[in-house]
Ligand binder design. Structure first.
Ligand SMILES: [Zn+2]
Length: 256
């Protein structure tokens, strides 16, 4: 590794995040500029736009898989119970929770409050990427909200008559600012969400991306219904996302 001072190294890190507009408000514009000029000159092309109604987005639970080949585990059997990554997208007049992950009502409310300061009754809409049980485990804790999913997911869940409320078919956008994008493969009617936030394009990918390791190899998880289709969906996400929120991992950057 090149021998650089800690001050310079920290500067590089801050510069990357500063360039990505993630809100290091304490750093002055001039110091960012100076630090940037010390770098290699590599430019990052962001795909989002500054103009967006989204004011916040937060991860509520970081998911995990029931078995993970990248941890040396076999696909044959579950090693642990799975939790999906659950997030909240907020604007001036809306809060959307995506894939409510926790079966236990108190735990769901606690995690939501701990990460956003919101109580479940403040959530306007729940978006479900697909019908797998771990992605709807906490749905029933948001009775005041609209429940929204892809049309096939909605009709399958509505027909199953296991839920206390109807799920609406998603239109092309939520609250006029969050794009609903088909990402089939994991399931045929899997939908992801895309929105702009401070110049970055964020995709909440649900299980169309299992974890960062699966993404890096464009690999389908063992239960994916159509691996080829899944790969095409990942390529589609690659072409539009600066930040990816996978179904069972923390969010990560996809910068070019
Ligand atoms: Zn799934």
């Amino acid at each position: 590794m090149k021998n650089i001072e800690r001050r310079q190294f920290m500067g590089s890190v801050i510069s990357l995040f500063g360039a990505a507009s993630l809100g290091f408000s304490g750093i002055t514009r001039s110091s960012i500029k100076q630090i940037k000029s010390e770098q290699s000159g590599r430019k990052i092309r962001l795909r989002g736009v500054q103009d967006s109604k989204v004011t916040h987005w937060d991860i509520i639970t970081i998911g995990n898989l029931s078995r993970n080949r990248y941890w040396g585990e076999s696909d044959e059997r579950a090693i642990r119970s799975a939790i999906c990554t659950c997030s909240v997208i907020s604007g001036e007049d809306f809060h959307v929770i995506v894939d409510p992950s926790l079966e236990d009502e108190k735990a769901m409310g606690t995690e939501l409050y701990r990460r956003t300061g919101l109580t479940p009754d403040k959530i306007n809409a729940v978006f479900i990427t697909h019908q797998h049980g771990d992605h709807i485990a906490g749905l029933k804790h948001f009775m005041k909200a609209r429940w929204v999913a892809g049309s096939e997911v909605a009709s399958a869940l509505n027909k199953s008559a296991t839920l206390p409320k109807k799920i609406e078919s998603a239109e092309e956008s939520l609250f006029g600012t969050i794009d609903v994008i088909p990402t089939p493969g994991h399931t045929p009617d899997h939908q992801s969400l895309r929105f702009d936030f401070k110049g970055m394009s964020v995709v909440i990918a649900g299980d169309s991306v299992a974890t960062k390791d699966f993404w890096d190899e464009r690999r389908a998880y063992y239960n994916v219904q159509d691996p080829e289709e899944s790969k095409r969906s990942m390529e589609k996400i690659d072409s539009i996302a600066d930040i990816i929120v996978p179904g069972h991992d923390n969010y990560f950057f996809n910068l070019k």
